[in-house]
Design a protein around this ligand. Structure first.
Ligand SMILES: [Zn+2]
Length: 439
């Protein structure tokens, strides 16, 4: 989208097929093709003295487009047309320069209201800092700039003959319909009351994103953007006929995708740092630190749950390894592991505890007290009901590398059908891990 023709003598630019209109959108002419042929060149819109033939232009183009065209500056000499990406010094496209361009264009659009341009500058900055894969950032940028090729956009450019929503078929497929109103896909948002609570009547998608970016932080912003991307992906699958109409589990898939990306990018680089591998003692010296982990045994359709309880000196007080049936996703599995662990802690008498697990989304859900309207929501309810049994309990997230003892215990259950519990005793396979975490 950044490369555009700069009008010189107009001899090289195709009126209908090239990008030469200075707008944020597609930059191609949107007005329907009329008296000029498909291969007509821009020079046909110029007078012999090389200025715009405004009467002709007003006749051919939609009013807003005629207005845009007649404002394109002309040099008045026979200079050839040039193709430009004016926003980087080397003329190459980059996402950063595209971002700059949008900020600048918005500044121009909002000129006179410096607070508004400041607001958009903050908006784009926030959006680019969301930790999602580049393809999702670019998707969000397109969605917020309203340049996604939705059916209404394609219809306006004579590319398709039907502008109905690809997914529900009921309404015109605009961006805001697809991401905020379409009943067939927006079910995905229902799993996230935290997002719905920021939604106000009359908001455009871009306004909603602004609210989310301003009010929420990691990992909610990442999950939001990833969910929107999954909705768009689903729409594309339906549109191209490669996927079913029913959108299933978008929220779960998106959450897993976002969290896995966050974990992969924010935690893996910490591995070389030896100190970050260390187990951290409980903040309250009278509490015990309880590490919890789950491991998925795909072929058995079961998960292994591991628990390691240590005091502030790092001595292992209790450990457990068990295997339970699970049909849940990563979030659900982690929640199951925490629920089982809480029950076990109550039964063996630990009531001042600091729980640590390596699923940051689960921890944020428990700590925020948000409801989750999915299968996992029921597990979260059960967890909440157990909390009053503890005199003091807190939940924290730890990177996977700091959770090795619990992960090893979870993996140990793979070949064992019965639950193993060790009290004031350390199973031999765990000893080297516990000692290495203390170093
Ligand atoms: Zn729809």
């Amino acid at each position: 989208m950044g490369s555009r023709w700069c009008v010189g003598d107009g001899a090289s630019i195709s009126i209908w097929n090239d990008k030469w209109i200075p707008t944020n959108g597609g930059q191609k002419v949107i007005s329907p093709m009329s008296q000029f042929q498909e291969n007509a060149k821009v020079k046909e819109l110029l007078t012999p003295s090389l200025s715009w033939n405004t009467n002709l232009i007003e006749e051919i183009f939609l009013p807003f487009e005629a207005n845009l065209i007649s404002q394109i500056p002309l040099r008045g000499t026979h200079k050839p047309d040039r193709q430009v990406w004016a926003r980087t010094s080397n003329g190459m496209f980059s996402v950063q320069s595209a971002y700059q361009m949008l900020v600048e264009d918005l500044k121009i659009k909002e000129s006179g209201t410096s607070t508004t341009s400041q607001r958009w500058k903050v908006f784009w900055k926030n959006l680019w800092s969301v930790k999602v894969p580049q393809k999702i950032k670019v998707f969000m940028w397109k969605a917020c700039s309203n340049i996604l090729p939705t059916c209404t956009k394609l219809f306006d450019r004579n590319i398709v003959s039907n502008f109905s929503c690809s997914v529900c078929g009921d309404e015109a497929e605009t961006r805001d319909h697809l991401f905020m109103e379409c009943p067939a896909v927006t079910n995905a948002w229902r799993a996230f009351p935290i997002y719905l609570s920021t939604l106000q009547p009359g908001m455009r998608f871009v306004d909603w994103v602004e609210e989310i970016l301003a009010k929420l932080s990691h990992p909610e912003t990442e999950i939001f953007c990833t969910t929107a991307w999954f909705i768009w992906r689903h729409r594309n699958e339906v549109w191209t006929g490669t996927g079913p109409r029913e959108a299933s589990q978008i929220s779960t898939k998106a959450t897993r995708y976002a969290i896995e990306f966050l974990e992969a990018t924010s935690e893996v680089p910490q591995i070389p740092n030896e100190s970050s591998k260390k187990w951290i003692p409980p903040q309250n010296p009278n509490a015990v630190k309880v590490n919890v982990a789950s491991v998925w045994f795909k072929n058995q359709r079961k998960i292994g749950i591991g628990m390691a309880v240590r005091n502030s000196q790092g001595n292992l007080l209790a450990a457990s390894s068990e295997k339970v049936t699970s049909e849940e996703d990563f979030l659900g599995q982690s929640a199951q592991a925490v629920l089982h662990t809480l029950k076990l802690l109550i039964s063996i008498g630990f009531f001042v505890v600091e729980i640590e697990c390596n699923n940051s989304y689960l921890i944020s859900l428990i700590n925020s007290g948000e409801d989750l309207f999915s299968e996992t929501g029921w597990i979260l309810e059960d967890i909440k009901e157990l909390l009053p049994a503890f005199s003091s309990i807190s939940f924290n997230c730890t990177p996977k590398v700091c959770n090795s003892a619990a992960l090893a215990l979870a993996s140990f259950s793979k070949e064992n059908e019965v639950q193993s519990v060790w009290l004031e005793d350390c199973p031999s396979f765990l000893f080297p891990i516990v000692s290495s975490e203390l170093v």
